[in-house]
Design a protein around this ligand. Structure first.
Ligand SMILES: Cc1cc2nc3c(=O)[nH]c(=O)nc-3n(C[C@H](O)[C@H](O)[C@H](O)COP(=O)(O)O)c2cc1C
Length: 356
C-alpha cells in the first residue's frame, strides 16, 4: 500500500501527503513533514486576488526557497480568468503543481463563493477547472483538485464533479470525506471517496480523520485510493508520516521517537520558522506549533502557558530546550501523550481559525 505515485512528469516518493492547512503548512512545516516521511506537501492556499499578491502574508506563502520539489501551490478564488492568472503567477514563482481549493469551508473563503462553496455552483467550478488547466497545460504543470463530498448531506455531488474534472484534465483528486455543511463536525466518511475512486482513472487521495497508522491502512484498503492525506494529526506530530510508512511496509509499529530527536526537530523547525517570519511575528505564530508538540506531555500545559507570554525568540527557544532536557532526564523516548482534554482544546482552536 506504500508506493511512489506518478503525477505528470513527477514521481512522488510515497503516497502519504500532508494536507494544506492555512496558517500551519508554511514552508518550514512542509519541509519538516517531508523530511520526516511525507511524500507530498501542498502549500497553504494563495488567493487569486491580484491586489493581495504583494501583501507580506501572500508573499510568505509563495516563498519556496530551499523547498524540495515538486512544489505544489494551492489557489483559491471564484473567477476563472483570475484563477488562471493566479496559477501562472505562482508557476513563475516556482510552483510545479497547481492545486485548486474546493474543500475549505472557512467563512472568509465561502462568503465569496470560493473554497467548498464552489461545489454548490457546478458550472462555475468547472469553468475554473477548465481555465486553470488551459493555463497550466502549455507549461506542463499538472493541476490537482481538492474537494469535499458535497455541499450538504442531500447534495453529495462530488462524484459528478470528480468525473467532469477528470475529463477536463485534472491530474489528481483529493476528497475530504465531509460535506461543506459538516464543517469539521461529525466523522469523515470514506464510502463516497471509495465510490469516486472506483469510477476515476486519475489518482484519488482520501482525506479526513486519518490519525493513526491503522486508520491510514484501513482507509487505503477500504477505498482503494492511491494515497492518503493527513492534516490535523500531523500538527505537533510530523513524524506520523514515517510511523504510517513503517506500519504499511512491515505491519508493525515502530518505537516512538526519542526525546532528543523530537527536541532537535522542533528547535530546527522553530529556527526556520523565525527566519521566515522574523522575530515579532515568528515568536507569536510559533506558539501554536509548540502547543501542539507538547500537548499531553508531562509539564506540557505549564510550558504552553509560559510560552504564550514570552515574546523574544531566544527566551522561547531556551524554554523549549529546557523542557525537552527535563523530559529527557526521565524518558528516553517520547511518552504517549495523555490527550483527552488536550484534543478538545486543539479542535476548538481549529474551528475558531476556520470560522474567522
Ligand atoms: C487549520 C486548518 C487550515 C486549513 N486550511 C486549508 C486550506 O488552506 N486549503 C484546503 O484545501 N484545506 C484546508 N484545510 C482542510 C485540510 O486540508 C483537511 O482537508 C482537513 O483538515 C481534514 O483532514 P484531517 O482530518 O486530516 O485534518 C484546513 C484545515 C485546518 C485544520
Amino acid at each position: 500500500m506504500l508506493k511512489p505515485l506518478r503525477l505528470g512528469a513527477f514521481t512522488l516518493p510515497n503516497n502519504l501527503f500532508v494536507a494544506p492547512m492555512a496558517g500551519v503548512t508554511d514552508r518550514p512545516f512542509r519541509m519538516l513533514c517531508r523530511a520526516l516521511g511525507a511524500g507530498h506537501a501542498v502549500s497553504e492556499m494563495v488567493t487569486s486576488k491580484r491586489e493581495l499578491w504583494h501583501t507580506l502574508k501572500t508573499s510568505r506563502r509563495a516563498d519556496h526557497a530551499g523547498e524540495p520539489g515538486p512544489i505544489a501551490v494551492q489557489i483559491a478564488g471564484v473567477d476563472p480568468a483570475e484563477m488562471a492568472e493566479a496559477a501562472l503567477y505562482n508557476i513563475d514563482r516556482g510552483a510545479q503543481i497547481i492545486d485548486i481549493n474546493m474543500g475549505c469551508p472557512a467563512k472568509k473563503v465561502c462568503k465569496v463563493w470560493a473554497g467548498s462553496a464552489l461545489m454548490q455552483n457546478e458550472r462555475l467550478a468547472l469553468a475554473i477547472v477548465d481555465a486553470v488547466v488551459a493555463a497550466c497545460a502549455p507549461r506542463n504543470v499538472p493541476v490537482t483538485l481538492k474537494m469535499r463530498t458535497g455541499w450538504c448531506a442531500a447534495v453529495k455531488n462530488a462524484p459528478l464533479l470528480a468525473r467532469a474534472a477528470q475529463e477536463a484534465g485534472i491530474a489528481m483528486l483529493t476528497v475530504h470525506g465531509r460535506t461543506r455543511e459538516q464543517g469539521y463536525g461529525g466523522a469523515a466518511e470514506h464510502d463516497t471517496v471509495a465510490a469516486i475512486k472506483a469510477e476515476l482513472r486519475i489518482p484519488v487521495v482520501a482525506n479526513g480523520d486519518i490519525t493513526s497508522p491503522e486508520r491510514a491502512a484501513e482507509v487505503l484498503r477500504a477505498t482503494g485510493c492511491d494515497a492518503v492525506m493527513i492534516g490535523r494529526a500531523a500538527q505537533g506530530r510530523p513524524w506520523i508520516f514515517g510511523d504510517i510508512a513503517h506500519f504499511l511496509a512491515h505491519g508493525t509499529h515502530r518505537l516512538p521517537p526519542t526525546v532528543a530527536e523530537v527536541r532537535g526537530w522542533l528547535l530546527e523547525h522553530l529556527d526556520d520558522h523565525l527566519a521566515l517570519y522574523g522575530e515579532f511575528t515568528g515568536v507569536r505564530s510559533a506558539r501554536k506549533h509548540i502547543g501542539w508538540a507538547v500537548r499531553g506531555l508531562p509539564g506540557g500545559e505549564a510550558l504552553r502557558q509560559r510560552i504564550n507570554v514570552l515574546d523574544e525568540a531566544r527566551a522561547q527557544l531556551e524554554a523549549l530546550a529546557t523542557f525537552f532536557d527535563a523530559l529527557a532526564a526521565t524518558h528516553e523516548r517520547l511518552p504517549l501523550p495523555v490527550m483527552a482534554a488536550a484534543n478538545d482544546q486543539a479542535h476548538d482552536h481549529d474551528t475558531e481559525a476556520l470560522a474567522a
